[in-house]
Design a protein around this ligand. Sequence first.
Ligand code: MG
Length: 386
Amino acid sequence: MKRVAILGSTGSIGRQTLEVISWHRDKFKVALLAASSNVELLARQAESFGPQKAVILEEDKAPFLASSVGDKAEIGVGLRGLEEAVASVEMDLMVAAMVGIGSLPAVLAALKAGKTVALANKELLVTAGPLVTRTARMGGATLLPVDSEHSAIFQCLEGRNLQEVDRIILTASGGPFRHLSWEEMARVTPEEALRHPTWEMGPKVTVDSATLMNKGLEVIEARHLFDVPYERIEVVIHPQSLVHGLVRFVDGSLLAHLGPADMRLPIQYALSWPERWSSPVRPLDLTAVGMLEFYPPDLQRFPCLDLALRAGRAGGTYPAVLTAADEVGVEYFLKKLLPITHIPLLVERVLEEHQPLPGNTLDEILAAYSWGKKRAEEIVQILIRR
Ligand code: MG
């Protein structure tokens, strides 16, 4: 039995992880569940999966959790409680799916202890890529991708020699606005942005998919996860979202990974790895698909992709600031206070003002991230008043 900890169990990935676990109940023991704020769902999950420990980050919600879970699970509170839980609960695999970078110390602690970590939260690798991969290496820990594109590429690379790899190719659906002009995009609503054409995901990543920021973050993620330089990573728009990733080898051969656009597949592969198990997900019917399209991304209409690539190449604390500013932009867009087209303007302005540091330590990264948040908040206030 694999003992699993899920950080972010009430979010989209966390819920689907528990669904996959419920398909294979005999193979898993849920050891730890942690959520930021959705305490009702966390309590229900604790009820049905019986973890040793349940952690809620928002402290005022702890009494509710304690009263509903009773003595069936130990209760932890706040980020401190999460770190304590990760140190004390016996686990074989951690699924890191909490939004934001609050869980970074807990994930680093798991890597230091040599645990296998399935990374669903791309912010961790984007903001702290070198630190995360170095900690994993030193701890003898394994990092497994959950993001569909990275899972695809991971599967194409399995058993291969990195020297033989010429290009890593990430596909992007292009989001719901891929046909809109800049002017049309300036008028889109959060409701329209949240209607993703092919994937069902949480609100932050869905908006990031509509601006292509998500793909930029994924390039940075791929750079660290696969240790491949930026010059060898490419993005291709592929509206059908059926080819999830490709690897081109030095002889010109391409290996592609195809499958239905269903996050439960990459989640299950991270849980079952190095094995592959059967699943109830309906397989892809190629003859029903008919056509697959590929075209280059338009960096003019989707400047967020370009900003992310530039921040990634600049390195240091730039990606942490990029992440922070984007989070603020997406938050205000979802509150209908900022047009979606202002997100890249905001991110660019914050990046320009940033005084970068090497970003080799957790403190440097967290400081850059909170500076980015604070500065983005200030600039948003100016943009709103204009
Ligand atoms: Mg993805």
